[in-house]
Design a protein around this ligand. Structure first.
Ligand code: SF4
Ligand code: SF4
Length: 331
């Protein structure tokens, strides 16, 4: 017995796949699966987080739908992976909040940030929003450096603590000895595989969209998104060093390192997610059904409480994980 319905289904599929093993060269999931004859919840969450949703095993599988075995490994592991994020989230009490109210939380967060910035400016000096500021320190007319550093430093620390607690819960669940974490060779291999998105290539031909045509585009867009974040983080770190070590205040010249890194990172963060959405759009996975949405809106106006039929779209599936093969069970 497993904790959730989707883990029951993942167990069924892994049992079928363990008898077949046709896909063992495609990614790290199948060699890792072969190390077990039965699967705990932790094992299945581990396998789900090794999967990058490349889709190759669905296309290659002779038992995928409409076969009666109904073997759909990418979809099942994607749902299990999503549920594992909630299971390992910290603090646990918030784990379901975003899943239940994603749109409302996104809108409230965006409005709160805007209100915060405008409120801060209005509280200090209303003219700073419309004025032209130049020279060292001009950047901090809007928000003093120390206030900004304290706020975003606290958010950063919270994210680090939440990540550590999540990894701790995950590690405990998969039942690995703590010593595994200190195996430098495995860790380096895992970081390299994650950095290269090694398993988002469908065994070498590219990942498969809903149109069953393999391409490397999704991998490239994921890289742009991930390294865009990394470059923006690097820009922030360099600017912090400038500020505290060399007493150089923003804004910096266009050719200076924080600006160059931040601009490149921003471009990656723009092109990557837009490209991923375009991929999903062109494959028909997220084409909105306006007619049905309109019926929903009409129903809402007439106080109908039925849920929107398009509410559970596949947008969650475009969020690829960067979990890596800790055990070096590569192909
Ligand atoms: S996905 Fe299908 S072909 Fe691949 S190992 Fe599983 S059962 Fe075999
Ligand atoms: S990474 Fe690709 S081949 Fe491996 S299980 Fe996931 S969808 Fe299948």
């Amino acid at each position: 017995m497993h904790g959730t319905r989707i883990l029951e289904e993942a167990d069924r599929l892994m049992t079928v796949c363990n008898s077949c093993r046709y896909c063992e060269g495609l990614c790290a999931v199948f060699p890792a699966m072969e190390m077990r004859r039965s699967f705990s919840d932790g094992d299945l969450n581990y396998l789900a987080n090794l999967c990058h949703s490349c889709g190759a095993c669905y296309t290659d599988c002779q038992f995928s739908p409409p076969h009666e075995f109904n073997v759909n490994v990418p979809q099942t592991l994607a749902i299990a992976r999503n549920e594992s994020y909630a299971a390992y989230a910290w603090p646990r009490a918030f784990s379901g909040a975003f899943a239940r109210n994603g749109l409302a939380i996104s809108v409230i967060a965006a409005l709160s940030i805007a209100a915060f910035i405008f409120g801060f400016a209005a509280f200090t000096d209303r003219k700073v929003l419309l004025g032209i500021h130049t020279g060292p320190g001009a950047f901090y007319q809007l928000m003093p450096h120390n206030a900004m550093a304290a706020l975003f430093g606290a958010a950063f620390l919270y994210a680090i603590v939440a990540l550590i607690m999540g990894v701790r819960a995950f590690w405990r669940d998969i039942g690995e000895p703590v010593g595994m974490k200190l195996d430098a060779k495995s860790l380096l291999q895992a970081i390299r595989d994650a950095g290269e998105l090694r398993y988002l290539d469908g065994g070498g031909v590219g990942c498969f969209n809903e149109d069953d045509k393999p391409t490397d585009r999704r991998k490239i867009y994921h890289h742009l998104t991930f390294y865009g974040f990394a470059l923006c983080f690097a820009a922030t770190c360099v600017a912090t060093l400038y500020h505290f070590l060399f007493a150089r205040e923003a804004p910096y010249a266009w050719w200076d390192l924080p600006v160059v890194l931040g601009t490149l990172g921003g471009l990656g963060l723009l092109i990557g997610p837009v490209g991923l959405l375009a991929e999903k759009w062109s494959s028909g996975a997220i084409r909105p059904r306006w007619g049905r949405c309109w019926r929903c809106i009409s129903a809402w106006y007439s106080r109908c409480s039925s849920p929107c039929p398009t509410a559970n779209s596949s947008t969650a599936s475009i969020v690829s994980s960067h979990w890596c093969a800790m055990r070096g069970s590569g192909r």
